[in-house]
Design a protein around this ligand. Sequence first.
Ligand code: SAH
Length: 386
Amino acid sequence: MKTELDLTRRADAASPAPRSLAGMSLPALKAEMEALGLEPKKAGMRAKQLRRWIHHFGVQEFGGMTDVAKDLREQLSDTFILTRPEIADHQVSRDGTQKWLSRFGPGIEGESVYIPDVGKAGALCVSSQVGCTLNCTFCHTGTQKLVRNLTAQEIVAQVLTARDALDGWPSDEEDRRLTNIVFMGMGEPLYNLDNVAEAIDTISDGDGIAIGRRRITVSTAGVAPKIAELGERTNAMLAISLHATNDDLRNELVPINRKYNLKELFAAIRAYPGIGNSRRVTFEYVMLKGVNDSLAEARDLVRLLRGVPAKINLIPFNPWPGSPYECSDWDTIEEFAEVLNQAGYASPIRTPRGRDILAACGQLRSESVKKSAAEKRREALDAPAE
Ligand code: SAH
């Protein structure tokens, strides 16, 4: 039998499926409307209508958009969809924590975790990258190589998925379960700042998802040169994954410290736009038995934070398969916290949440791997043409 590569059919098969508008920023929606042939002014107006339907009312069909002309609605539904990324897995922990694994594309999967009773009512921890480049030694995500940055739309889509399940649409600000967003999922948000900033614009938009910027926290392992820009562009709350009080230990635990040491990091933190007593910086400190949990280190921490409006989250280490550390003893954590409290710092010990479904801090990881260009080509050729 003769086998021939039918390139025309390949091109057809490769032509993209209709794209979803769900999670798109206002400027991106406007660009899509212009691409449909609308004049810029009209496109801007339509984009605003769409934004409200999609991100305030959460609609998933164009039919319900009553103030959009019928022929445009038809054109929209011929061209676009409003669905969210496929949920490859959804787990609910005994303690009410929920974890979603979103499939953003073939082999591109990332996790988001809803934690009740954090923030005003509950927080969603979103991922900014699939995988990570940082290799912090105690972090499970750090064992997964970077697959790729998530787009702004993919970051926002994680919020849509959670709101679908938790609050429904429209979501009454006074009476929601999802009130806060923390960029503490997979990845380093400051290595994907453009998309993170665009996502925050969409999430905080009062005519859309309407979660205010003060309820959005971005956590970084310490990309010092990007910290000021984060504040200027997003006005979000800042969190720092500190974990050690001297460069030697931090170089080991959080290797990005070799690039930007504590001195440089703290200079950037002190200059963070808008910090003050009503806008404190959160410091995360994972409690590792015999590694960083001595009382001397608690006192060093107090010294290091002097003059910085701060609160400290002590995170009991969450183990993962093959992890090289143990969690500090509970008494040790309490004594450590006491030193910080005595010095006037709020230092809640973060009760581990969702450990049974590997949804706690640092336990997130997906099976996604980055494929080489050769592998992708091979897969495209192996895929059925239809
Ligand atoms: N890359 C960013 C965003 C991830 S936030 C950052 O590092 O800040 C995830 C938080 O969970 C970080 O504070 C991280 O240090 C912490 N963490 C990672 N692994 C953990 C583990 N096994 N147990 C407890 N906390 C962990």
